[in-house]
Design a protein around this ligand. Structure first.
Ligand SMILES: *[C@@H]1O[C@H](CO)[C@@H](O)[C@H](O)[C@H]1NC(C)=O
Ligand SMILES: *[C@@H]1O[C@H](CO)[C@@H](O)[C@H](O)[C@H]1NC(C)=O
Ligand SMILES: *[C@@H]1O[C@H](CO)[C@@H](O)[C@H](O)[C@H]1NC(C)=O
Ligand SMILES: *[C@@H]1O[C@H](CO)[C@@H](O)[C@H](O)[C@H]1NC(C)=O
Ligand SMILES: *[C@@H]1O[C@H](CO)[C@@H](O)[C@H](O)[C@H]1NC(C)=O
Ligand SMILES: *[C@@H]1O[C@H](CO)[C@@H](O)[C@H](O)[C@H]1NC(C)=O
Ligand SMILES: *[C@@H]1O[C@H](CO)[C@@H](O)[C@H](O)[C@H]1NC(C)=O
Ligand SMILES: CC(=O)N[C@H]1CO[C@H](CO)[C@@H](O)[C@@H]1O
Length: 615
C-alpha cells in the first residue's frame, strides 16, 4: 500500500479552529486587487519572489545540451489585444529525442500593478498557466522552471510552429507596472540516470519497464535511456506521440476559452489518428472576476435577501467536466489557487500562494473511450464548468499515444457508469449572518479494450470525487469563516484478458483550504481586516506491477496570518506572515523545504534532502 504521508496526519492536528476575518458588506468578500502604499519605503532594490512548491529539485542539475530563447516581450496595456507570439523550430544542434525539456520563464516588473493571469501555448496547446506577483516601486522578479517533456510531440516537429503568450495587463496613469517576460527552452539530450519524475500533478501514471516494453514504450525511438537504475519508468517519461489542442482557434486574446456561465460549454471538433492506443485529456483552468474566490461565494438567495450588489454568488462549489459528443467522460474540482492579490495580499510577499506561478493541470484518462473516437469521423470534445459564473479561462490538450506497428487499432467502450453528481446544499441565514454548507460526491467507472500490437488490453478507470464546503457569516457579515475540501481519487487498471492484471495505479489528491477573516470599521471608508489561513495540497501516486510497487507523495502547506488596513482596493498598512512546509517523497528519497516569511522578508528557508536527484 502506498505509505501515508506523515504531513497529512500532522495537518489534522494543526486544524485548530482558525478564525478568519473578512467580509464586509460594502466590499466584496476579499480585497484582491490593490494599490500598495505600504511597499514604497520597504525594498529599495528589486526583490525575488518565490513559489516553494517549485519542483526544481527534480529537474536536471547539469547544463542543458541546448538552450533556445523563445520569446521576449513587455506586456504593457495588453488587455483585449492579440497574444505575443514568435516562431518556434526545434534547436538545430539538439535533434529529438530529448531526455528532458524544461521551460524557463523569467518575469520582472516595477511600479504599481494588479496580479495578472497568463498562459503560454505552443501551436494552440497550452504548456503553462501562470499568474504574476504584484510589483513594488523598486521592482520584483521571479523565475518558473517547468518540465515540458510531455509536449515533445509538438516540440519536435521539423516544420516548427508558433509559441504564443497572453498576459492580460492594463496600464494607465495609476497602474504603471509593465511585465517584462523572457521564455526559453532547455533541451537535455541524455541523463546520467533516468530520473523517476513523478510529476506532482494528476499526471502521475507510471508503468514498470516490463509493461513499458510490452506497450512498446521503451523502444529506442521512444527516447528512453536503457539501463535505467530506477525501479519505475514513469509513463510520462515517454511523452504522447500526438497532441490535439482543445482550445480557442480564432481568439484574438489568447487560445483559452472564456467561460461566462453554466451554459458556456466549449467544444472542439477533432479527428484522431487511427492507431491511438492511449488517450489522456489534460485540462488547464483558472477562475476570475466573480468566481475568483468561488470556494467562498454565498448562494444567490443570501445575496438577494440582503439586496447586495455583489455578483459573487452561485454558492461555493464548482466542477470542471469534459464530454465526448455531449457525453460526460470525467470531471475535477479545481485546486483553489489564490492569486497574489487574493484574501490578504500581504500573505504573498515574497512567498506566493501554492501554485500561483505554475497552476496545476488535471489529467483525465480517456483510454476507455477510444472506441468512440476511432471511427475516423470527427467528434466533439467539450469542456465546461458546472455552476460557473463569469469568468473562467479554460482549455485542454488531448495527449495520444500511437501504435507504430499498425495504421489502425480497434477499441470498444464496454462499461460506462456515470451517475449524476450527488449534491446536498444546506443554507440558513438571518439578514447578513448565515451558514451555507455543501456536500457533493461522484463515482464514475469506465472500461474499454484496445487491440493494438501490444495485445488486447482492457483499461479500467474509476474516478471518485468528494467535496465538502462550509461558508459562514457572523457579526453582520463582518466575520467570515470558510472551510473547503476536495478529494479526488483515480484508479486505473490495465488487464490482458479478463484475468491477468498487468498494472494498477492509483492517484489521490486532497486539498483543504480554510480561512477566517474579520473586519472592523475604521475612520471613513477605511476598515481593518484580520485573516488566518491554512491551505494544503496533498497528492499521492502509487503504481503496482508484478507485486512491485512505486510511489510518490507530496504535501505542501501554507499557514498565514495577518492584518491590513484597507481603503477601497488599497492596502494602507498591515503586517502578515506565511509559513510554508513542502514535503516530497518517492522511492529515491525525500525532500523537504520550510520557508518562513514575515512582512515581505524571508526569515528562514531550510531544505533537507535525502533524494538522490537533489544531492
Ligand atoms: C488567528 O489565529 C490566532 C492564533 O491562533 C488567533 O489568536 C486569532 O484570533 C486568529 N484570528 C482570527 C481573525 O481568527
Ligand atoms: C530578458 O533577456 C534580456 C536579454 O538577455 C535581458 O536583458 C532582460 O533582463 C531579460 N528580462 C527578464 C525579465 O529576465
Ligand atoms: C485553426 O486555425 C488554423 C489557422 O488559423 C487552421 O490552419 C486550422 O485548420 C484551424 N484548426 C481548426 C481545428 O479549426
Ligand atoms: C431588500 O429590498 C426590499 C425591496 O426594496 C425590501 O423590502 C427589503 O426589506 C430589503 N431587504 C433588506 C435586508 O434590506
Ligand atoms: C488485434 O490486433 C492485432 C495486432 O494489431 C491484429 O493482428 C489482430 O488481427 C487484431 N484482432 C482483431 C480481432 O482485430
Ligand atoms: C478484447 O478483449 C475483450 C475482452 O477482454 C473482448 O471482448 C474483445 O472481443 C477483444 N477484442 C478483440 C479485437 O479481440
Ligand atoms: C533553519 O535552519 C536554521 C539553522 O540551521 C535554524 O536555526 C532554524 O531554526 C531552522 N528553521 C526552521 C524553520 O526549521
Ligand atoms: C448553484 C447555483 O446557484 N447555480 C446557478 C448558477 O448560475 C446559473 C445562472 O448563471 C444558474 O442557472 C444556476 O442555477
Amino acid at each position: 500500500m502506498c505509505p501515508t504521508n506523515p504531513f497529512s496526519l500532522l495537518l489534522l492536528l494543526l486544524f485548530f479552529p482558525i478564525t478568519y476575518t473578512h467580509f464586509s458588506t460594502h466590499v466584496s468578500a476579499t480585497v484582491h486587487r490593490y494599490h500598495d502604499a505600504r511597499r514604497a519605503p520597504r525594498a529599495s532594490t528589486p526583490q525575488e519572489y518565490l513559489d516553494p512548491t517549485d519542483r526544481a529539485f527534480l529537474l536536471p542539475r547539469w547544463p542543458p545540451s541546448c538552450s533556445l530563447p523563445l520569446l521576449e516581450h513587455d506586456f504593457g496595456d495588453t488587455y483585449g489585444r492579440p497574444p505575443a507570439s514568435a516562431p518556434y523550430a526545434p534547436p538545430p544542434g539538439c535533434p529529438a529525442p530529448w531526455s528532458r525539456v524544461v521551460l524557463d520563464l523569467s518575469v520582472s516588473c516595477a511600479g504599481e500593478q494588479y496580479d495578472r493571469i497568463a498562459a503560454v501555448w505552443l501551436d494552440g496547446a497550452e504548456v503553462l498557466r501562470t499568474s504574476t506577483a504584484e510589483p513594488s516601486e523598486a521592482g520584483v522578479f521571479w523565475r518558473v522552471r517547468k518540465d515540458v517533456t510531455r509536449y515533445a510531440a509538438l516540440l519536435r516537429r521539423e516544420e516548427g510552429g508558433v509559441v504564443s503568450m497572453m498576459l492580460e495587463n492594463i496600464v494607465n496613469d495609476v497602474f504603471t507596472g509593465v511585465y517584462h517576460v523572457n521564455i526559453s527552452l532547455d533541451f537535455y539530450m541524455e541523463e546520467e540516470e533516468v530520473q523517476s519524475q513523478l510529476l506532482p500533478k494528476l499526471q502521475l501514471s507510471t508503468l514498470k519497464p516490463r509493461l513499458a516494453k510490452k506497450l512498446g514504450l521503451s523502444s529506442p525511438e521512444a527516447g528512453i535511456s536503457s539501463g535505467s537504475k530506477t525501479k519505475a519508468t514513469p509513463l510520462y517519461e515517454k511523452p504522447a506521440d500526438w497532441i490535439i489542442p482543445i482550445s480557442n482557434n480564432d481568439s484574438q486574446d489568447g487560445s483559452w476559452f472564456r467561460i461566462k456561465n453554466v451554459a458556456d460549454v466549449h467544444f472542439k471538433s477533432i479527428q484522431i489518428p487511427g492507431n491511438a492506443y492511449r488517450a489522456v485529456l489534460e485540462i488547464y483552468v483558472s477562475y476570475h472576476s466573480n468566481d475568483e474566490f468561488w470556494y467562498s461565494n454565498p448562494p444567490n438567495s443570501y445575496i438577494e435577501l440582503n439586496n447586495l450588489t455583489t455578483g459573487r454568488g452561485n454558492g461555493s462549489f464548482r466542477e470542471v467536466y469534459a464530454t465526448i459528443d455531449g457525453r460526460f467522460v470525467g470531471s475535477i474540482v479545481p485546486f483553489p489557487v489564490i492569486f497574489t492579490g487574493g484574501i490578504n495580499p500581504l500573505f504573498w510577499e515574497p512567498v506566493v500562494a501554492l501554485g500561483a506561478f505554475d497552476l496545476p493541470s488535471y489529467n483525465l484518462e480517456l483510454t476507455p473511450f477510444l472506441g468512440l473516437l476511432l471511427d475516423g469521423k470527427p467528434h466533439d470534445i467539450g469542456i465546461g464548468v458546472a455552476d460557473g459564473i463569469s469568468f473562467w479561462l479554460i482549455d485542454a490538450n488531448l495527449h495520444l499515444w500511437l501504435d507504430s506497428h499498425t495504421p489502425s487499432v480497434t477499441a470498444e467502450l464496454v462499461h460506462y457508469q456515470a451517475p449524476k453528481i450527488s449534491i446536498s446544499r444546506h443554507s440558513s441565514s438571518h439578514l447578513l449572518d448565515g451558514t451555507f454548507r455543501i456536500e457533493a460526491g461522484r463515482h464514475s467507472h469506465f472500461s474499454g479494450w484496445v487491440n493494438s500490437s501490444a495485445g488486447n488490453l482492457t483499461t479500467d478507470v474509476r474516478q471518485k470525487l468528494k467535496f465538502k464546503s462550509s461558508v459562514e457569516f457572523r457579526n453582520d457579515g463582518n466575520y467570515k469563516e470558510v472551510h473547503t475540501k476536495a478529494k479526488m481519487k483515480t484508479d486505473v487498471r490495465i488487464r490482458d484478458g479478463p484475468k491477468t492484471l498487468l498494472a494498477k495505479a492509483s492517484y489521490k489528491s486532497k486539498y483543504p483550504l480554510m480561512f477566517v477573516t474579520s473586519n472592523e470599521a475604521g475612520e471613513g471608508k477605511k476598515y481593518t481586516m484580520k485573516t488566518n489561513l491554512s491551505h494544503i495540497l496533498s497528492e499521492e501516486a502509487c503504481v503496482v506491477l508484478d507485486e512491485e510497487e512505486s510511489f510518490s507523495s507530496i504535501s505542501d502547506q501554507q499557514d498565514a496570518d495577518g492584518w491590513m488596513l484597507v481603503e477601497d482596493h488599497s492596502v494602507l498598512a498591515g503586517s502578515a506572515g506565511t509559513r510554508q512546509t513542502y514535503w516530497y517523497e518517492d522511492e529515491d528519497g525525500s525532500y523537504s523545504r520550510n520557508v518562513i516569511a514575515r512582512d515581505g522578508l524571508v526569515l528562514s528557508d531550510n531544505t533537507t534532502s535525502s533524494h538522490v536527484h537533489s544531492v
